[in-house]
Design a protein around this ligand. Structure first.
Ligand SMILES: [Zn+2]
Length: 78
C-alpha cells in the first residue's frame, strides 16, 4: 500500500487513510494544536541548534548531543 499523499510505502494504514510516517506526522502529530515539526523547528532555532549551511549531518548530530542532558544521552544508542 502506498502513502496517499506522497506515494512512498505506507506505514500508517487505517480504514480512513494510508500515509508514510512523514506524511502522518505532518497531518496528525501536534502538540497544543501546533504541528510537532513546527514546535521542534522553533525550539531548535531558539536554542541556536538548526543545521547550518554546509554542516555535515554527523557534525550536526555531535553538536545536538553536546546540548542533550547527560541523563538523556545515556538513553541514546550509539
Ligand atoms: Zn507520504
Amino acid at each position: 500500500m502506498r502513502c496517499e499523499s506522497c506515494g512512498k510505502p505506507a506505514t500508517q494504514i487505517r480504514d480512513e487513510y494510508s500515509y508514510c510516517d512523514r506524511c502522518w506526522a505532518a497531518n496528525f502529530s501536534k502538540t497544543g494544536g501546533v504541528p510537532f515539526r513546527t514546535v521542534l523547528k522553533d525550539s531548535l532555532e531558539r536554542m541556536g541548534l538548526m543545521r547550518e549551511d554546509g554542516e555535515a549531518m554527523n557534525d550536526w548530530v555531535i553538536r545536538l548531543k553536546a546540548h542533550t542532558p547527560r541523563t538523556l544521552n545515556s538513553l541514546i544508542k550509539q
